[in-house]
Design a protein around this ligand. Sequence first.
Ligand SMILES: C[S@@+](CC[C@H](N)C(=O)[O-])C[C@H]1O[C@@H](n2cnc3c(N)ncnc32)[C@H](O)[C@@H]1O
Length: 170
Amino acid sequence: MLLAVVAGAVVLLFLATALIGAPYVPTHRKEVRRAFRDLYALSEDDVLLDIGSGDGVVLDEACRAGARAVGYEINPILVWISRWRLLHHDSKAVVDTANFWTKPFPSDTTVVYTFGESRDIAKMYRKVSSEATRLERSLMFISYGFAVPSVSHVKHQRAYYLYEVPALHQ
Ligand SMILES: C[S@@+](CC[C@H](N)C(=O)[O-])C[C@H]1O[C@@H](n2cnc3c(N)ncnc32)[C@H](O)[C@@H]1O
């Protein structure tokens, strides 16, 4: 009985978070690894923010490429799983239970990654643009699966689109 209640609560949590934003589907590890090598060569100078970081696979690959990594994830179960996955990276990887629409980006962010949804991608670009403007410098933006309508990308490789999002003058 208790098991059924717990299982039901977990299913409800995943359904509820899927209604708020993109459902949990992880990026293939091989794809991320290739992207951080050939699309945008991540280095130890980078801080990558994954908005909707799921189980942390992208953060793990970012750390393996030498960068520091931050994840914002709304589903607390996925936050726990990713923290466990990232334990061996110590403070190089941090995951916050957060809604990325409302939480400001860390001030040292250089690259923003998303595996979002087509309905949200233009709004996500605007969020990155407003954060680039607040931070007064451009941010690189990697979108897996979806191009941003009416915005020119710097590079397109397989399912990935890379953008440089400038700070706007206010
Ligand atoms: C398609 S998955 C991608 C996971 C990870 N980025 C990857 O590529 O493996 C999208 C994730 O975004 C999370 N998410 C959706 N809306 C969110 C929001 N407003 N704030 C934080 N996380 C959100 C979901 O819970 C889900 O884990």
